[in-house]
Ligand binder design. Structure first.
Ligand SMILES: NC(=O)c1ccc[n+]([C@@H]2O[C@H](COP(=O)([O-])OP(=O)(O)OC[C@H]3O[C@@H](n4cnc5c(N)ncnc54)[C@H](O)[C@@H]3O)[C@@H](O)[C@H]2O)c1
Length: 271
């Protein structure tokens, strides 16, 4: 098994993409620790998978991250794989309407959490001369994202952090990579689409069509698609892959269609 007995921390792993990643590592034989802010979701996860270690924590907070790592090291002795999955969508709207507190919260959960968890994981990985850090960024961190500038700015920063850390840590046998999911089916995208439909005064179906048209493969991703890439990046086969930004997005190059989200609203059935 590729992840056999590795100790893996997945932040925001109680639902959504993180839960797919946690389950994939668990199936692969890893010892999985999930840290998430949602206590009831963690309880459900623990009752279904008693062998998971779970910690309720807001991973954008230093004191809570310290607690997560104390628990992880207490249980497993060290850390083999860190998956920084925590991230929130942030506010939806043109920049001049964004409140400073929402901007800051968006950066805190997407970026501060990645920084804090990496900082805590690195000494253990350096001492073992091995480790994998996998940061979940977004195609919004490649292309820009109208109506979601705080989120896009945070994910660009996650990519910058990934590339810089890969340069700092390569000599210690530690790889650092980012995964950029495209639009992933699930509750989060449903909420994003509803917010954008409301902001633009168009239907949710129209917004969904804009997203689908922006993707060469004309599809949304599944959480499993993202988990498969995480498993690869943690595997022996990826031991020389570092500093990379791996898109799992069905080829999201027709990004110009995202202009439809700004104005004027395009005809979603146009080719
Ligand atoms: N869903 C998508 O289409 C998509 C696309 C690109 C990138 N991403 C990124 O993938 C990651 C996961 O996305 P998702 O769709 O599964 O998200 P989600 O909104 O479904 O949330 C997943 C989990 O994050 C937890 N969480 C939120 N804030 C937290 C915090 N401060 N501390 C700890 N846990 C917290 C929630 O409790 C939840 O269990 C995020 O970084 C997101 O930005 C998602």
């Amino acid at each position: 098994m590729r992840a056999d007995r590795k100790s893996v921390l997945v932040t925001a792993g109680a639902s959504g993409i993180g839960a797919f990643i946690a389950a994939a590592f668990h199936r692969d034989g890893a010892r999985v620790h999930v840290a998430d802010i949602d206590g009831p979701a963690l309880d459900r996860m623990k009752s279904e998978n008693p062998e998971y270690l779970t910690t309720r924590a807001d991973v954008s907070e230093y004191a809570e991250v310290k607690r997560v790592f104390r628990s992880h090291f207490g249980q497993y002795g060290g850390m083999d794989v860190l998956v920084n999955c925590a991230g929130i969508a942030g506010p939806t709207g043109v920049l001049e309407t964004v409140r400073l507190e929402d901007w800051r919260r968006c950066l805190a959960v997407n970026l501060d959490a990645t920084f804090l968890c990496a900082q805590k994981a690195i000494p253990s990985m350096k001492s073992r001369h091995s480790g994998r850090i996998i940061n979940i960024a977004s195609t919004a961190g490649w292309h820009g994202y109208p109506l979601r500038a705080p989120y896009s700015a945070a994910k660009w920063a996650v990519i910058g952090l990934t590339k810089s850390l890969a340069m700092e840590l390569g000599q210690y046998g530690i790889t650092v990579n980012a995964i950029c999911p495209g639009s992933v089916e699930g509750a989060r995208m449903d909420r994003v689409i509803a917010a954008e439909a409301q902001e633009k005064g168009i239907s949710e179906d129209e917004v969904r069509a804009i997203y689908t048209r922006g993707c060469s493969m004309r599809t949304f991703m599944s959480g499993q698609d993202i988990a498969d890439m995480a498993i690869f990046l943690a595997s022996d086969q990826a031991s020389r892959v570092s500093g990379q930004v791996m898109n799992v997005d069905g080829h999201l190059e027709n990004i110009a269609t995202m202009d439809d989200l700004v104005s004027p609203v395009g005809n979603p059935s146009a080719p």
